[in-house]
Design a protein around this ligand. Structure first.
Ligand code: ADP
Ligand code: LRH
Length: 483
């Protein structure tokens, strides 16, 4: 068969893009046709996503994609967030942003009610205050939830606007905390715990399932005719891990963008007490896989520091070059301290953390960046090593994908801290993973290993060998553990 052409909509927490790619035996050539910022909006009700603006940009991107003649469209986005539809199928209010702070108390109450061990046994998720189950508990009894008939996760909501079809793609559904992770189905007990209106959660879809043909209005707006939406691994992290150019099963991954998602790919969830205590999550992937990983605060710390300083993202490479020359290990933070989760003055919060732990706050922006990157590299090391230990899965090499693959200083620090080779790239692994699921559904590629072989051929990753003084990293790790 000739190669297929597919369109991937990939919405990250900081930016979205539409990528068109030709995929077939020996072929993978993604091209970005549209990119846009994803900026949240603060309303009196809290922090929200501009989901209508995002939909407008999706339509623009798809109309740019139309010229390439794609045979299907797939959508992925960040996890956990959702829109609620009323009985007429209309969106109720603006979807909340997972960094909205309304959930903390409700999250703790749900854990106390179910029991941390029991909750982990059921849904396999690490405790993050914004897991959908906790967001819904926080919104319990609001008129939005009372009036809601259907909950749609963000990629499923956009898919619904394009096609009129409702459903819940399973990789993203596994981040809600409402899924029975071992049975791969919604858990009626968990839904009952947060008193979800019956029928709120739509039927599950698997990656590769057809969502449906475009409705007349999006067909007109985009110029795409006879092109269906296909469910992909719609959790961006699931797509990113599919798009890793791994050539051995003994790999760890770091999907490094707004978040760093660090872990291993397994055949089944690990829900031991040790995994729970280490705050490891079991998210579902394509082909029956489990992503056993930990969320690390990631480049969000850099993004918010730049925003606070009023520095354009374009200035980052220059600042990183200065950070490379700054004093090593002058200060370390725990990037996952909860104070860093909401938007705000990150340099001030970092300085506060350092003072509280008896360290001197950095005097320059470059020194602060160095502190953040070294701290992230230490967190990468801890998470990858714990993932291997807790799952028994050997890790010989770590693939780092996402925007962080452009940060060569972070890549080298991660290799040095771990004492393992880091293979960096592709930057757009998520969009590539999205294309690959569509190509598989169309019969253009085989399983994920065949697909990863295509990625490895098309995007040779950049290799960072561990170097430098391993004992300095051990000492820094002890410093942060001592708090
Ligand atoms: P998300 O998908 O979560 O929105 P991305 O994977 O697009 O995030 O990664 C965005 C991050 O990549 C930025 O916050 C920035 O730290 C990093 N990045 C992007 N371009 C560069 C660059 N030229 N040099 C270093 N880092 C970069
Ligand atoms: C990364 C991501 C991550 C989730 C977070 C909410 O974009 O999907 O996997 O934990 O966003």
């Amino acid at each position: 068969r000739p190669d297929g052409i597919f369109a991937a909509v990939d919405l990250g927490a900081s930016s979205g893009r539409v990528v068109v790619g030709r995929v077939g035996p020996g072929t993978l050539d993604p091209t970005e046709v549209h990119r846009f910022a994803n900026e949240p909006v603060r309303l009196p009700s809290g922090l929200h996503w501009d989901v209508l603006g995002l939909y407008r940009e999706v339509l623009r991107g798809l109309s740019a994609a139309a010229a390439h003649g794609p045979e299907s469209v797939g959508i992925d986005s960040w996890a956990v967030d959702y829109g609620l539809l009323d009985a007429d199928g209309a969106l109720i209010g603006a979807p909340f942003h997972y960094r909205d702070t309304r959930t903390d108390t409700a999250a703790r109450a749900v854990v106390a009610q179910i029991g941390a061990t029991e909750l982990y046994a059921a849904n396999g998720l690490q405790y993050l205050p914004f897991n959908t189950i906790f967001q819904l508990a926080a919104s319990r009894g609001t008129s939005a939830v009372r009036g809601a008939r259907t909950l749609l996760l963000i990629p499923d909501l956009l898919g619904y606007w394009l096609t009129g079809e409702r459903g819940a793609e399973i990789t993203n559904a596994s981040t809600t905390g409402l899924l029975d992770v071992a049975g791969r189905r919604w858990s009626a007990e968990l839904a009952e715990t947060v008193r979800l209106p019956r029928g709120l959660l739509p039927d599950l879809r698997e990656p590769g399932d057809t969502v449906g043909p475009l409705l007349a209005e999006p067909r007109r707006a985009t110029g795409l005719d006879g092109v269906p939406v296909v469910a992909v691994a719609s959790h961006d992290t699931a797509s990113a891990v599919l798009g890793v150019p791994a050539e051995t099963a003994h790999f760890g991954y770091l999907s490094c963008g707004t978040w760093s998602l660090a872990g291993v790919e397994l055949d089944a969830p690990v829900r031991t007490e040790a995994a729970r205590a280490a705050n490891f999550t079991n998210e579902l992937g394509a082909e029956g896989t489990t992503r056993f990983l930990r969320n690390i605060m990631g480049l969000w710390l850099v993004q918010e520091s730049l925003r606070t300083w009023g520095v354009e993202a374009g200035a980052l490479p220059g600042l990183l070059a200065e950070a490379e020359r700054a004093e090593p290990f002058a200060a370390v933070i725990d990037p996952d301290d909860p104070r860093f989760l909401p938007p705000g003055d990150m340099p001030a919060r970092i300085a506060e953390f350092l003072r509280e732990t008896g360290q001197r706050p950095p005097a320059t922006r470059a020194a602060l960046l160095r502190c953040v990157l070294e701290s992230l590299a230490l967190a990468h090391r801890s998470a990858i090593r714990s993932a291997a230990r807790l799952s028994g899965h050997r890790v010989d090499v770590v693939h780092l994908v996402g925007g962080g693959a452009r940060n060569t200083l972070l890549c080298q620090m991660t290799a040095d801290a771990l004492g393992l080779p880091v293979l960096a790239g592709p930057v757009e692994a998520t969009a590539i993973g999205n294309l690959l699921v569509q190509a598989r559904a169309a019969g253009q590629v085989g399983d994920r290993w065949a697909a990863r072989g295509l990625v490895a051929d098309a995007h040779r990753p950049r290799r960072f060998e561990p170097a430098g003084d391993a004992r300095a990293w051990d000492a820094a790790a002890r410093r942060i553990a001592a708090g």
